[in-house]
Design a protein. Structure first.
Ligand SMILES: [Zn+2]
Ligand SMILES: [Zn+2]
Length: 75
């Protein structure tokens, strides 16, 4: 009696890199940061495709609703 696919997946989870395109840590805004505190902090964050702009694919959506189409969810 196994039920392996009990999927509650309306929200697609995505991975957001901790370092942005310039190599700046998005947790502490330090360049080339490798602090273990930031690594631990970032690994706890959960992201989904932004439901407001549908990952940035909706025209006319607010530009500041998310981070590059991904939205952080707090659990
Ligand atoms: Zn950092
Ligand atoms: Zn958005």
């Amino acid at each position: 009696m196994s039920n392996p696919s009990s999927t509650i997946m309306q929200e697609r989870s995505v991975t957001v890199p901790r370092l942005n395109f310039a190599g700046v840590c998005m947790a502490c805004t330090e360049r080339d940061c490798e602090k273990s505190a930031c690594l631990a902090f970032w690994s706890r964050l959960r992201w989904i495709v932004c439901p407001i702009c549908n990952g940035g694919s909706l025209e006319g959506s607010p530009v500041d609703c998310c981070t590059y189409g991904a939205m952080e969810i707090r659990c």
